[in-house]
Design a protein around this ligand. Structure first.
Ligand code: PMP
Length: 295
């Protein structure tokens, strides 16, 4: 668990020549993603006597939790939407956790959603649910851990923080920290088309059906972990463009990152002509998670 964090920051030298765009490589955490930090923080704050943990996840929280459960000797159940990549499912199972496949395209309250399934397991088995979509601890983990680490690595030289939004914990925690240190920093969220966060921040509603193949980012309804007051704008990116940038990151930068990293990179490409100064972003997970799905 102590090996979590201290991830490197690298410059995207070829995709954005002549600009200053840097990415923090969170896939270098031992559980494979940025979610290691949130899980570690939430488990440090767990009630006494917990022996069984459960969480609904797009896969990465599940892998981090399964890893941590192995370390702490806890029983672990993970509920996943049926669009989750095979690599993520196998990774969670490899740590000895039990996976429950649920339906992605139903509302949260539907009995077959991965949200209600996790609640049911928590209620029926007395398991402790992390509840990343509602818990304050999600954004606090990034405020106290990810953000100060990034700030010191960059000596506070940050003009824009551009970040993918799933539960919203990363952008809200890091965004709040950066604005507390320097209110001039602009915070911009990136999400798939017709996801809910753009409307939550700008009030602009666009018609169209939500549905994405990019795992980890986008929501039908804003999650309770999202703090719209620290986000200045949200840009939406088409799936095809996100996947195109995912492949370009691998082939042109040598960075094998996941679909949400491609999504945020495509968003930066769109924004860059209007920005001046250093752009900082996060690459939450690795392309290894999606070798058979996107690559
Ligand atoms: N990218 C990936 C691959 C993820 O798994 C997640 C977490 N759902 C995110 C981005 C978004 O992070 P957050 O939940 O903190 O908004």
């Amino acid at each position: 668990m102590e090996a979590i964090g201290n991830t490197p920051i690298v410059q995207l030298q070829r995709l954005f020549r002549g600009h200053d765009v840097v990415a923090k490589l969170e896939f270098m955490n031992p559980g494979g993603s940025i979610k290691d930090r949130m899980v570690r923080y939430m488990l440090r704050h767990r009630p006494d006597g917990v022996e069984h943990v459960v969480e609904s996840s797009s896969g990465n929280t599940g892998a981090s939790l399964a890893m941590a459960a192995a370390v702490h000797g806890l029983r672990c159940d993970v509920t996943l939407p049926d669009r989750t990549s095979v690599e993520k499912i196998k990774r969670i199972e490899a740590y000895g956790a039990e996976v429950h496949m649920c339906v992605a395209d139903v509302p949260e309250a539907h009995e077959r959603s991965y949200y209600s399934m996790a609640e049911r397991i928590a209620a029926e088995h007395g398991a402790f649910q992390l509840d990343q979509y509602r818990s304050e601890l999600n954004r606090q983990a990034h405020y106290t851990d990810t953000a100060p680490e990034m700030w010191f690595q960059l000596d506070g030289r940050i003009d824009y923080f551009v970040c993918g939004v799933g539960s919203g914990g990363t952008i809200s925690g890091i965004g709040r920290y950066l604005k507390d240190r320097d209110p001039r920093i602009t915070v911009i969220g990136i999400e798939p088309l017709h996801s809910a966060y753009r409307e939550a921040v700008t009030g602009q509603k666009e018609d169209g059906d939500y549905g994405t193949v990019i795992e980890g980012v986008g929501k039908r309804k804003p999650s309770g972990a999202f703090d719209a007051s620290v986000v200045d704008d949200v840009i939406q990116v088409q799936d095809e463009l996100a996947l195109q940038y995912c492949k370009r990151l691998a082939r042109e930068e040598g960075i094998l990152a996941g679909g949400s990293s491609g999504c945020v990179t495509a968003g930066i490409a769109q924004l860059l002509p209007k920005l001046s100064g250093r752009v900082v972003t996060i690459f939450p997970d690795s392309g290894v998670n999606y070798l058979s799905k996107y690559f």
